[in-house]
Structures are given as C-alpha cells and as structure tokens.
Design a protein around this ligand. Structure first.
Ligand SMILES: [Zn+2]
Length: 67
C-alpha cells in the first residue's frame, strides 16, 4: 500500500500559497455609502452585495496605518 498520507501534494501546496498571496495583495476594505454594509473584497469592481449599489468606498488594506 503506498504511503500517501500527506494532506497536500507539493503542487497543491504551492498553488494554495500563491492564492493566499493573491488574497493578501487584493484585500480591499469596502464600505457601501448607500446601506453602510462593510466587507472585504478582492476586486475594485464589486458592487455592494447587500443592495447592489455602485456607490462604494474602497480602501486597500495595506493603506491602513500601523498602530
Ligand atoms: Zn449597500
């Protein structure tokens, strides 16, 4: 019986890590000016997921000051 108990194959692990890197780069804090919903998205194009408004304020997470 092959010893095949690894949770991740090396290829899968690399892909998983690259997706996390992408998510970290694309974390965008969104605030809907219409219904004041707040969420984090990976796109500057996304509308509000509650009311569908395009009147969304977007702040990249890396712009938040460290304190
Ligand atoms: Zn909204």
């Amino acid at each position: 019986m092959p010893d095949n108990n690894l949770a991740f194959e090396p290829d899968e692990l690399l892909e998983w890590r690259s997706q996390i890197d992408t998510a970290n780069r694309n974390n965008i804090f969104c605030h809907c000016r219409s219904c004041h919903t707040e969420w984090v998205d990976s796109s500057f194009e996304a509308n509000c997921n509650q009311c569908g408004s395009k009147n969304v304020e977007r702040i990249s997470c890396w712009q938040f000051p460290d304190d």
